[in-house]
Design a binder for this molecule. Structure first.
Ligand code: BGP
Length: 479
C-alpha cells in the first residue's frame, strides 16, 4: 500500500478522496445456519453466553449464534440495505469451519466456498469493496478440542492451508484481508480468540504467549502467502485499540500506563517491524517464559503487513496503586474506569477523543496506513411507530458515531494516513461478549429478542438515514 498523497486536508476539510465508509460484521454473529452446507462447529457454537460462562459440550438451545440473524439466507437483502446507505466498503469474516469443517482436512468444503462467492457477487453488483477477516473468533471447535487450539504449533499449518484456499479462490476479487480479529484479545479471551479451553485463571503464561507467537507467525505467513498467490491483495493486522491513560499525573501511574500499553503495542510492533520488541522479550524472560521460536519463525515474521486496522470502543486508565486498581464493570474490555467519562448501558466508557489519540499514536509509531474497522455503541433499542412506519429513534447512536467520526477527521487533519471507517455491527447482530441480541449496534434493526423469538424482519433506524447522508456527503456533514 503506497503512502497517501502528500497534500493532506486541513481541519474542516472533507475526508480525503477515496476514503471508504461502510460497516463491519463477523460470520458467527450474523450468519446462523451453523450446521448447514457442511459447516463444522466453531468455538462460538459452544458459547451460549459469550464470555460470561464456560463453553458447553456441544451446541445448546438458547445459543443465539446458531441462527444469529439468518444472514446466511438473507445476505442479498442485507447487502442491498448496505448499498442503500451507500457503503463503499463492507468488512465481513469467512467462517473457517464452513471452509474446513474440522480445520485439519486436506480439501476444502466447496459448499462453504460457494456461499462466500455468492456474497462477493452481491457486493460486486453493488460496487461495494469487500474486506475479509480470515479469523474472527471462530476457530473450528475440533482444533480447540483435538489440538489444544493455538497453543499447538500445528494450527499454523492448518491456518496456512485455509489462507491458501481463500487467496486462490478469492484473491482476485478481494483486495483487503485481515488475518486475526483483535489479535491481542487472546491475552484476555483465550478460548474465544485462541481456541484454548483452559480458563484464563488456570492458564500459565508460557502456554498463553506460545499461542500468541503461533498466531503472530500464522499472520505473517498469511501475508507472505498473499504476496505469492494474490499479488493485488493488501494484508492488514487487526488490533483491539484501547488507549490506556494514567489515572493520575503521578509519574508512577504514567509509567504503569505506559507499561500496560506496551502489552498491546507489542502485537502491532511485531506485525509492522517484523520482530519482537525488546521490552516484550525482557518482560517474558523476567516472567520465566521461554518461547519456542524457530529460525523459520523469525524469517516468516519479517513479512510485515501492508496496513494496520483496529477496533475502537473505549479507553481505560491504569495506576500503580494496587488499592485503586479496580476493574470497571464493562465486560470483555476491562481496565480502571476514567472518572472523566460517562459509560454505555454495558459499562463501556465513551471517549471519542481517545480515537484521535489512538490514530496519532499508531501512525507515529508504525507509519502504516490505518483503517478503523470497528466502532460503535451497544445499546437497547425500542421500536416506535411513526408516520412513516415503525423505526428506532437512535439519536444516541448517531451522536456516538458522529463524535467518533469527527475525531477521526481531526486526526486526518493532524496528518494521520487513515483510509476508511467501518461501523461495527452495521446490522444488529449477536454480541460477542454477552451473546445477547439486545446489545444492538446496527443502522438496521433486526426483530429478534434475547429469548430467540422474533420474525427477523429488518427495519431502517433513524441512524440508517443519517449514515446515508454522511456517506453521500463524503463526511462533509460531520462537524
Ligand atoms: C469486538 C469484536 C466484535 C464485536 C465487538 C463488540 O471486540 O471484534 O466481534 O462483537 O467487539 O463487542 P460486543 O459484541 O461484546 O458488544
Amino acid at each position: 500500500m503506497t503512502p497517501a498523497s502528500i497534500s493532506r486536508p486541513l481541519v474542516g476539510d472533507p475526508f480525503p478522496e477515496g476514503f471508504l465508509f461502510g460497516g463491519a460484521t463477523a460470520a458467527n454473529q450474523i450468519e446462523g445456519a451453523y450446521d448447514v452446507g457442511g459447516k463444522g462447529l466453531s468455538v462460538q457454537d459452544v458459547l451460549p453466553e459469550g464470555d460470561q460462562s464456560p463453553p458447553t459440550e456441544g451446541p445448546t438451545a438458547g445459543n443465539l449464534k446458531l441462527d444469529a440473524i439468518d444472514h446466511f439466507h438473507r445476505y442479498r437483502e442485507d447487502i442491498a440495505l448496505f448499498a442503500e446507505m451507500g457503503f463503499t466498503v463492507y468488512r465481513f469474516s469467512i467462517a473457517w469451519s464452513r471452509i474446513f469443517p474440522r480445520g485439519d482436512e486436506e480439501e476444502p468444503n466447496e459448499a462453504g466456498l460457494d456461499f462466500y462467492a455468492r456474497v462477493l457477487d452481491e457486493l460486486e453488483r453493488h460496487g461495494i469493496e469487500p474486506m475479509v477477516t480470515i479469523s474472527h473468533y471462530e476457530t473450528p471447535l475440533h482444533l480447540a478440542r483435538g489440538y489444544g487450539g493455538w497453543g499447538s504449533r500445528q494450527l499454523i499449518g492448518f491456518f496456512e492451508r485455509y489462507c491458501r484456499v481463500l487467496f486462490e479462490r478469492f484473491g482476485h476479487r478481494v483486495r483487503y484481508w485481515l488475518t486475526f480479529n483483535e489479535i491481542n484479545a487472546v491475552l484476555e479471551q483465550p478460548f474465544m480468540a485462541g481456541a484454548i479451553e483452559t480458563p484464563l485463571e488456570e492458564l500459565d503464561q508460557q502456554t498463553l504467549y506460545q499461542a500468541v507467537h503461533h498466531q503472530l507467525v500464522a499472520s505473517a505467513r498469511a501475508t507472505r502467502l498473499a504476496r505469492e498467490v494474490a499479488p493485488n491483495a493488501q494484508v492488514g493486522c487487526m488490533l483491539l485499540a484501547m488507549p490506556i491513560y494514567p489515572l493520575t499525573p503521578d509519574p508512577a501511574d504514567v509509567l504503569a500506563a505506559q507499561q500496560a500499553e506496551q502489552i498491546n503495542y507489542a502485537f502491532g510492533d511485531v506485525h509492522c517491524r517484523g520482530y519482537y520488541p525488546q521490552y516484550l522479550v525482557n518482560r517474558l524472560r523476567r516472567d520465566g517464559v521461554e518461547l519456542e521460536i524457530t529460525e523459520q519463525d523469525r524469517i516468516d515474521l519479517r513479512h510485515t503487513v501492508d496496513f494496520v486496522s483496529f477496533s475502537y470502543y473505549i479507553s481505560v486508565c491504569e495506576t500503580a496503586d494496587p488499592e485503586r486498581r479496580v476493574r470497571g464493570e464493562g465486560n470483555f474490555l476491562g481496565g480502571v474506569p476514567n472518572p472523566a467519562l460517562a459509560a454505555s448501558e454495558w459499562g463501556w466508557q465513551i471517549d471519542p477523543v481517545g480515537l484521535r489519540v489512538v490514530l496519532n499514536a499508531y501512525w507515529d509509531r508504525w507509519q502504516k496506513p490505518l483503517f478503523i474497522v470497528e466502532n460503535g455503541v451497544g445499546a437497547v433499542d425500542t421500536v416506535v411507530q411513526t408516520d412513516e412506519g415503525p423505526t428506532v429513534l437512535d439519536d444516541d447512536r448517531i451522536d456516538f458515531l458522529h463524535d467518533h467520526l469527527s475525531q477521526a477527521r481531526k486526526a486526518i487533519a493532524d496528518g494521520v494516513d487513515l483510509r476508511g471507517f467501518a461501523a461495527w455491527g452495521c446490522i444488529d447482530l449477536v454480541s460477542a461478549s454477552t451473546a445477547q441480541m439486545s446489545k444492538r449496534y446496527g443502522f438496521i434493526h433486526v426483530d429478534r429478542a434475547d429469548d430467540g423469538t422474533g420474525t427477523m424482519r429488518r427495519l431502517r433506524k433513524k441512524s440508517f438515514h443519517w449514515y446515508r447522508e454522511v456517506i453521500a456527503s463524503h463526511g462533509a456533514v460531520i462537524g
